[in-house]
Design a protein around this ligand. Structure first.
Ligand code: RIB
Ligand code: CA
Length: 310
């Protein structure tokens, strides 16, 4: 079956890095666009370039938003991903791969016009996607769909707000309110916390005979250690972003339900909260909300993608 054309819009980020190697394997990855989120734009973009180089991908990287739509500074996630955004990964001091442009939004718009059935997989804040919708009102309707990692019925930045939505709630509200008649697949924390980085997974990846396996084990080990240091336990760490790729390419691994999801942008306690309508009598929705995933099967697909890398 033909691979689905995808632009990965991301803020690498450890789990974004896994989403990238996965997308390169199971999608027709036509471009990577970056933005600020986990760490600043310079770092997320350098991480994307380093990964594209290491994976020997012939894929352009376009940098985008340096902050949220409102321009109001928000906390990053460097405590989880390290100052570089990919703690545990060491790229060559000088990368041979360079950024193709600093207009990720323009590239998203142009690619949506040029590539039939293009999907955007968004694994960071939704700033780039929202700006593409604002700059070109016909952008969303040209897409095959959007797959999002974000939101949840609980939070990780606050008790109710998940990082990607909390970083730019206005952008999330624009995207979830776009009503463009395209499928929007949404993997919130309720879903992603079912897919975990464990010591066993790190060891499995470390033992792979290729170059990227041990490289990925290095950064996944650092990610796991940072999450455990923060949660103060031997919890495993959720592998959030690859779930958004799999929701598109491996729907048979998911249980999804149409649900209405909206975003709180003004609450003093609840800003960045996704309000997910799970009342049994409400019908339809603006997203396909991912409820369950076959996590062992999902991890098998992820490990196979890492094993298939150079
Ligand atoms: O809340 C998890 C999300 O925030 C993931 O996309 C992770 O990379 C961070 O961006
Ligand atoms: Ca991310």
């Amino acid at each position: 079956m033909a691979k689905i054309p995808v632009v990965l819009d991301c803020d690498p980020g450890h789990d974004d890095a896994v989403a990238l190697v996965l997308a390169a394997s199971v999608c027709d990855l036509v471009a990577v666009t970056t933005l600020a989120g986990n760490v600043g734009l310079a770092h997320t973009t350098r991480n994307a370039l380093g990964l594209v180089q290491l994976l020997e991908l012939d894929v352009p990287v376009h940098s985008g938003a340096a902050g949220p739509l409102t321009g109001v500074g928000v906390a990053d996630a460097s405590h989880v991903h390290g100052e570089s955004g990919l703690e545990g990964a060491t790229f060559p001091a000088t990368l041979s791969v360079t950024v193709s442009s600093d207009d990720a939004v323009g590239h998203l718009i142009d690619t949506a016009r040029a590539v039939d059935g293009l999907w955007v997989v968004a694994t960071g804040p939704l700033t780039n996607v929202a700006q593409a919708m604002q700059r070109d009102p016909g952008f969303a309707a040209r897409l095959g769909g959007i797959a999002i990692m974000g939101g949840g019925t609980f939070g990780n930045v606050t008790p109710v707000a998940e990082f990607n939505v909390h970083y730019d709630p206005e952008a999330a509200a624009v995207v979830l309110g776009s009503d463009a008649g395209i499928p929007v697949l949404m993997c919130g924390l309720d879903l992603t916390h079912q897919v975990l980085v464990s010591d066993e997974l790190v060891a499995q990846v470390a033992a792979l005979p290729n170059r990227f396996g041990p490289f990925a084990a290095g950064f996944l080990g650092a990610y796991l250690a940072n999450v455990r240091a923060r949660t103060g336990s031997d919890h495993d760490a959720a592998l959030h972003d690859p779930c958004a790729v799999l929701a598109l390419t491996h729907p048979e691994l998911f249980e999804m339900r149409a649900r209405h999801v909206s975003v709180e942008t003004t609450g003093s306690l609840t800003r960045g909260m996704t309000v997910v309508d799970r009342r049994p009598w409400t019908k339809g929705g603006n997203v396909q909300w991912a409820e369950r995933i076959d996590a062992p099967a999902a991890l098998d697909v992820i490990v196979a993608a890492i094993a298939a890398a150079p």
